[in-house]
Design a protein around this ligand. Sequence first.
Ligand code: NI
Length: 159
Amino acid sequence: MAKLKILEYPDPRLRTRAKKVEKVDDNLRQLIDDMFETMYAAPGIGLAATQVNVHQRILVADVSDDQSQPVVLINPEITVLDENNRLGMYEGCLSLPGLRGWVERPASIKITAWNEKGEKIDFSLEGFPAVVIQHECDHLDGILYVDRIEDTTKFAFED
Ligand code: NI
């Protein structure tokens, strides 16, 4: 395994729209292992391939306290289940170290994706995990959470 370098804002490569993964193979699984190592070392709870300068639609996440819930999503697609049910929180990002900004997003989503074996998976998420996955999916489209901050008085250094 190897730790990868995380691109930091305002690196223009963070604005790249990632391409769909055509085939899940051992090279891709190696990348996924390296992304987990990089995310856990940071430490972080989510990392998109875009952030390590690989422009393919892959993300990893783990919202647990003890690295017990690793999630890999390849070619993820999100369907919002209830537009009116929104959750706001101060988001952070490994590509914007030391900063937090208030973003509101849909609180319940359905996801379809491939797993690390290339199998199709789908599941629903609510609350904090749903926010994390939306944040990571945004990276694959070159979008950063700062683009979604509506109230700039709620953008601050971490305390
Ligand atoms: Ni991020």
